[in-house]
Unconditional design. Structure first.
Length: 233
């Protein structure tokens, strides 16, 4: 008997979702040019794309890591949709304190150890940084580095991992930059895999001399909204 080959199920990513959104927009413009529909009636619902991406990020959130960016996009996109369809009118000046409530809940979640996969004596095996209108500097020399969760909102995170070593074959860092920047310094023998979705922002991999068949992989995934994420060695 011949062994049956199993095909890996395609993984839904933010890039796939954005590709679908681009296809839908192209179809709308084509139908509008043919005089079948009015493009403005459909394109005005573009915040639904933010909600879709946010829900995807929440679904992909691993043990609570990366949940901040997903919630942010769902809230902003949902608020803009509600404003457009006139079901409810909300003045941002009336509800901005909810941002403090959400931020406080996020800090409590992290303070109580939310998202920690395992308890370890090495406090730098998993790096967590939250920079809001400020700068945060972290460095790790852990011999069993697992990953991290980095958030920069109108601020910056400077993370130095050049003396760290990955536990196993792969480590994952979830990033979210909104009007801010995140800079990662990694060892030269790490292979960096970028899965960052930029929205009016940027992601740049400046690492050099990466081994093609590196046994240690660092996966960087998340969102850069009007912000930047740089990786260098």
């Amino acid at each position: 008997m011949e062994p049956t080959s199993t095909t890996a199920r395609p993984r839904i990513t933010a890039q796939v979702l954005f590709g679908l959104i681009v296809i839908v927009v192209g179809i709308i413009f084509t139908l509008a040019n043919l005089g079948i529909i009015e493009a403005d009636q459909y394109l005005s619902y573009w915040p639904a794309g933010l909600v879709a991406v946010g829900l995807l990020k929440l679904w992909q959130a691993r043990d609570g890591h990366g949940i901040f960016g997903g919630l942010f996009m769902v809230v902003v996109g949902g608020w803009m949709l509600l404003e457009h369809i006139a079901v409810i009118r909300i003045d941002i000046r009336d509800v901005w304190p909810l941002f403090l409530v959400f931020l406080g809940g996020y800090l409590m979640f992290k303070g109580f150890g939310g998202g920690r996969r395992t308890s370890t004596a090495d406090s730098t095996a998993h790096i967590t940084a939250l920079a809001i209108m400020a700068g945060v500097v972290r460095r790790s020399s852990s011999t069993a580095f697992e990953g991290g969760d980095l958030t920069a909102i109108m601020g910056g995170c400077d993370i130095d991992l050049r003396r760290a070593s990955i536990a196993g074959d792969e480590a994952v860092i979830d990033v979210f930059a909104f009007w801010g920047g995140i800079e990662l310094k990694v060892p030269q023998d790490w292979h960096v895999i970028g899965r960052v979705t930029p929205l009016m922002g940027g992601y740049e991999d400046k690492t050099q001399t990466q081994p093609a068949q590196a046994s240690k992989r660092l996966v960087i995934r998340g969102l850069a909204i009007m912000g930047g994420i740089d990786v260098k060695n």
